[in-house]
Design a protein around this ligand. Sequence first.
Ligand code: ZN
Length: 227
Amino acid sequence: MQLAPNSLQFFQLLLQNIVIGDGGEPVKLTLKLKSLKRLSWPDRLWGIAIMTLGLVVILNGRPQAMATNLEGQTWTGASFPVENFQAYTSPFGFRHSPTGGRGYEFHSGLDIAAPEGSYIRSWWGGTVVEVINDSGCGVGLVIESGDWEHIYCHLGGQVQTHLGRRTLIDRRGGIQVVEGQSVPSAARIARVGMSGRTTGPHLHWGLRYGDRWVDPALVLRAMHRDR
Ligand SMILES: [Zn+2]
């Protein structure tokens, strides 16, 4: 069965509009539903079918592909990333915008609620490759551990730059983390704050393997299994 050229164009259009967020900041997924209207039936049906298929692949393909990888690894060296766990408040994947915007967005991590000031622990030993300070993630950290990157957002404290290297400073929490520093697994690296785009105190925790975001819930499950 061959796809009509219009449907293929539509699919390309759809792909162009799917952008994956970086550094914990979700990027909006805009579905060009208007372009559907320009198509005639049955191209419109093809468009809908391909769009659905595309979403299913994106929603399921990535985490499942990772799950296969996760099975073969041991996770005894990993630490749960936050103290005083309260609840998982937003899962990984596509969701409606929590701040009331239109359309869907890709949530590149797992939101873990904990009281403000709770300590955050490095999931794995590694090197602090970035101290973030932006409107989405707020104050944040990126730690590199081999092929993995772990991202922590909405932290407390301030970011200062000295000799081109950014430092997260949270004096009340006794925290000072500088870019380039190495941290052992389970080290207290920050505290839960309210910085960036957030409606309540929580840790936005993102995991990236190579250039792909991984569902942190899958990793937590694998960690639990290995305990
Ligand atoms: Zn989040």
